[in-house]
Ligand binder design. Structure first.
Ligand code: ATP
Ligand code: MG
Length: 250
């Protein structure tokens, strides 16, 4: 019997997750006006692992806060997973933030009075995950970052690197599409930095899109794409880690 040949389908079509179109963010007015973002265009596809770099004050955190729906642009369009964020109400934004995005910050931002497990369970309360599931899922996320022996420790009983790993577990527990990290290794020593980066690489390998602001060349080198900001603009949108090396040398 003749076998039919199936057309070869592209197993990984590029799906745009983040699209910023001509984004401006202006703080203050008249003589105190600061153009933190000055017409930013940026597209990030599902599964990418990007570093955002650039000098201090160039707009990296402002861009991350807009991407993370923590702030709105003064003008321009932002599409997250195909949805126009500008048209959303604050409640819808909060919902999207909780369901589609995970955040990691330089200063961990864990609640001091809660254990590691309780910190990681918290986002599931807001997401409406049944109580019976929360403990199991939080434990699973903490195992994923190698903290199975620290579930009942409070933040002050954990090292900086361990606290950041709890923060990563908290960021991934709602199974986000995108993990956003603003200088996640800025407060860590080089060995702990490496542990955190290994976790990001593993998460990215499972399909999570990772976008990370960093000042450190060694950190950016471990991503797959570098976006470079200067004066509120993207001046390089797709450098490879090797290009970064050349840029440093020149
Ligand atoms: N809430 C605010 N009010 C007024 N100006 C602001 C505000 N937030 C940021 N800015 C200004 O916007 C510009 C961009 O700031 P942003 O924090 O995005 O820079 P950054 O690239 O993250 O810098 P760093 O590397 O130091 O973290 C800076 O000039 C900053 O002073
Ligand atoms: Mg910043």
């Amino acid at each position: 019997m003749q076998t039919t040949t199936e057309p070869i389908l592209d197993s990984s079509p590029e799906i745009t997750i983040i699209r910023l179109e001509n984004i401006f963010k202006i703080y203050g007015s008249a003589e105190t006006e600061v153009k933190a973002l000055n017409g930013v265009n940026l597209t990030i596809n599902k599964g990418e692992y990007c570093a955002i770099m650039g000098p201090s004050g160039s707009g990296k955190s402002t861009a991350m806060n807009i991407i993370g729906c923590l702030d709105r642009p003064t003008s321009g369009n932002y599409f997250l997973d195909g949805v126009d964020v500008a048209k959303m109400t604050d409640t819808e934004l909060a919902h999207i933030r909780n369901r589609k995005l995970g955040f990691v910050f330089q200063q961990f931002h864990l609640l001091a009075q809660l254990t590691a497990l309780e910190n990681v369970m918290l986002p599931m309360v807001y997401a409406g995950v049944p109580q019976s599931e929360r403990r199991d899922r939080a434990t699973e996320a903490l195992i994923r970052v190698g903290l199975e022996k620290r579930l009942s420790n409070k933040p002050n009983q954990l090292s900086g690197g361990q606290q950041q790993r709890v923060a990563i577990a908290r960021a991934i527990v709602n199974r986000p599409l995108v993990l956003l990290a603003d200088e996640p290794t800025g407060a860590l020593d080089s060995q702990t930095t490496q542990e955190v980066l290994s976790i990001f690489t593993e998460l990215n390998a499972t399909g999570i899109t990772v976008v990370m602001v960093t000042h450190e060349v060694e950190v950016a080198r471990q991503t797959k794409r570098i976006v470079w900001f200067r004066d509120g603009e993207v001046i390089h949108s797709n450098l490879s880690p090797r290009d970064l090396h050349q840029l440093q040398m020149s």
